[in-house]
Design a binder for this molecule. Structure first.
Ligand code: ARG
Length: 593
């Protein structure tokens, strides 16, 4: 920020936007507007749509322009000369159609092959972001909602990281709260030697939770003890702290099994971490006159909501909102994050809206109309449904065990792979290790892609059959498409690493040009996915890219043609971009299938 980006930096749209800004300044120096550059559906490759908006701003102000078309003409004429643009034309009410130069597109692709896909990272307006995702609750189930949060949050983190943003991946686990009194007392009762036991002794923490809850509900004496237990824990009594830690450790090792399978990195800073900050933060809010007493609780009234945000409960305890306010304070002031992103189901939307408003009332966040950062965003997502259209469950009414779910994805993908390889007699070419790794990459990738390809707000139906199908818009189909490109390159017996240095790309055939233009859109796709926090944008791009590649490959002979070098380089560029999409989606690509 502040400093202008280098000439060749950023997405194509960002590069064209810089040219448009300079043209707009020359064309209508009296008004300042944002450049409007879009991919064009029909007439050209890109278009600039500023003329109409400008016209409505300056007409009647004595301008010499006669109509929006005249403004469009002037914008086109004033574009600085650049090797990006081949030609422009102006249509109707001033739309400036921009055709890119073939040789520039070809060069951009070749540069990427030589210097790496990182040179295609978009430029985002923030340096540091917190992404708060996964965030299950200790001793309660980690359910499919947390799986969605884990998958979506990890992808967002990967996209921001790719775009050179420093991402703090935060696991805001629910490790504080009144349930711990009950859990700790139950631990003491069930396991007098609790200090020595390992996680196997307790077995399943969810069953442990249910049993202790049962005790709590049915034995007044136990209930009393549990309530005092909370006080002793919160008062910092050594033995209670230790027992709390033990329970958290056991839960954590359960969660880690899921993260490990999904290859997701997270740093845990649970609710307990922010606890010491709560009194200070509430004192600040109180000194700003935001906190009032209502029915014995401390609350913040927020315009537009019937019920206030409770920040101190009637019994004097803190809650989800007080923790979230402190965590936000910490993220803004200590961690200096400019964008703070929370990934949970849409059911929590109101909580986030209310506490974001409270933070704005406290002056922590700028007025959204004035300044863009720092800012907070809630990334909500819909439910996971079973084939019956109801909330996803396995077999009976049992909850879904995520580790088992992922194991099943892997074993199903393995048996399908084995069956196919046996049928084509190719099984002999595969080592056991390759089989393991491939079924894992395909199986886990299928679960992730099935989740990410939908707009996150819609509910999605979980179906192994669908996600593991090799037809349609699935990860398996895309893995095949990628492996096929790798095999085309292998079979050519040419060294693409060498070709990319000595050969050149040429985009004379229409299908080559379409593919080339689509390849160089990669950066703006990532930019859009980050800006709108929508991973499905990358999925859609990946799928379309594979379709465009098929069209190119059907119509343009690669191996043995006069254009072989150029076309092999296009194959390689497509494979590189596909792999980068896989990387952003947290999917491991396979090279042979
Ligand atoms: N633990 C919460 C849940 O399981 C999600 C926490 C999300 N993050 C936050 N800062 N509130 O629903």
């Amino acid at each position: 920020q502040g400093q202008e980006p280098a000439v060749g930096a950023g997405s194509v749209k960002q590069q064209l936007s810089r040219l448009v800004i300079s043209s707009l300044r020359a064309t209508v120096p009296e008004v300042e507007v944002e450049p409007m550059v879009e991919v064009s559906a029909k007439f050209a490759d890109y278009q600039c749509n500023n003329a109409m908006g400008l016209w409505s701003k300056i007409k009647g102000s004595g301008t010499s322009f006669k109509n929006p078309n005249a403004i469009g003409q002037a914008i086109a004429k004033n574009l600085p000369s650049s090797d990006i643009i081949e030609s422009t034309s102006v249509a109707g009410p001033g739309f400036v159609n921009i055709t890119l130069s073939n040789s520039w597109v070809a060069k951009r692709i070749q540069d990427m092959l030589v210097n790496g896909i990182n040179t295609w990272a978009p430029i985002l307006p923030v340096k540091r972001a917190v992404i708060d995702f996964s965030s299950p609750n200790i001793a309660k189930e980690m359910h499919v909602g947390h799986l969605r949060s884990t998958i979506i949050g990890d992808t967002l983190a990967r996209m921001f990281e790719f775009s050179n943003v420093d991402v703090l991946r935060r696991n805001h686990v629910g490790d504080w709260g009144t349930q711990f009194g009950m859990l700790i007392e139950y631990l003491f009762e069930k396991f007098p030697n609790w200090q020595e036991i390992g996680s196997q002794a307790i077995g399943d923490l969810q069953i442990f939770y249910k049993a202790s809850k049962n005790r709590f509900d049915n034995d007044p004496e136990f209930k009393e003890r549990a309530q005092q237990g909370v006080v002793r824990l919160q008062g910092g009594e050594e033995k209670y702290r230790e027992a709390w830690k033990k329970i958290c450790d056991i839960s954590r090792s359960e969660f880690d099994l899921v993260y490990k399978r999904l290859n997701v990195e997270l740093e845990e800073k649970g609710e307990s971490f922010y606890n010491p900050y709560i009194p200070k933060v509430l004192a600040e809010l109180s000194s700003k006159g935001l906190i009032q007493e209502s029915e014995g609780a401390q609350v913040i009234f927020i315009e537009g909501y019937q019920i206030p945000l409770i920040v101190v409960k009637r019994d004097g305890g803190f809650n989800y909102a007080s923790t979230d306010l402190s965590a936000l304070w910490y993220r803004l002031n200590v961690e200096k994050a400019e964008w703070i992103i929370y990934v949970t189901d849409v059911g929590q939307q109101q909580h986030f809206e209310m506490f974001f408003k409270a933070a704005r009332m406290a002056g922590w966040l700028p007025d959204p109309n004035e300044k863009k950062f720092p800012k907070t965003s809630h990334v909500g997502f819909g439910l996971v449904l079973g084939s019956d259209g109801k909330r996803f469950r396995t077999r009976s009414t049992e909850v879904v065990r995520l580790v088992e779910l992922l194991d099943e994805a892997k074993s199903r993908s393995k048996s399908e792979l084995l069956q196919r390889l046996t049928e084509n007699g190719k099984i002999v070419d595969w080592t056991d290790e390759e089989l393991e790794q491939t079924s894992e990459a395909v199986g886990y990738g299928a679960v992730k892609y099935a989740d990410l390809k939908n707009n996150r707000l819609t509910n999605y139906t979980f179906s192994f059959e669908q996600m593991l199908s090799d037809k349609g818009n699935t990860a398996v189909y895309l893995q095949y498409a990628h492996a096929r490109i790798c095999s085309i390159i292998r079979k050519s017996n040419k060294d693409v690493e060498e070709l990319k240095m000595s050969g050149a790309i040429c985009l004379d055939h229409p299908d080559e040009r379409v593919l080339g233009l689509y390849l160089i859109r990669f950066a703006e796709v990532v930019e859009e996915a980050c800006t709108n926090l929508l991973p499905n944008v990358v999925c859609e791009y990946l799928y379309n890219l594979s379709e465009m590649f098929t069209k190119f490959y059907t119509n343009c002979q690669v191996v043995g043609s006069p254009e072989e070098t150029s076309r092999l380089l296009l194959c390689q560029a497509t494979a590189v971009v596909m792999r980068q999409c896989f990387q952003l989606l947290g999917i491991t690509p396979v090279y042979k299938l």
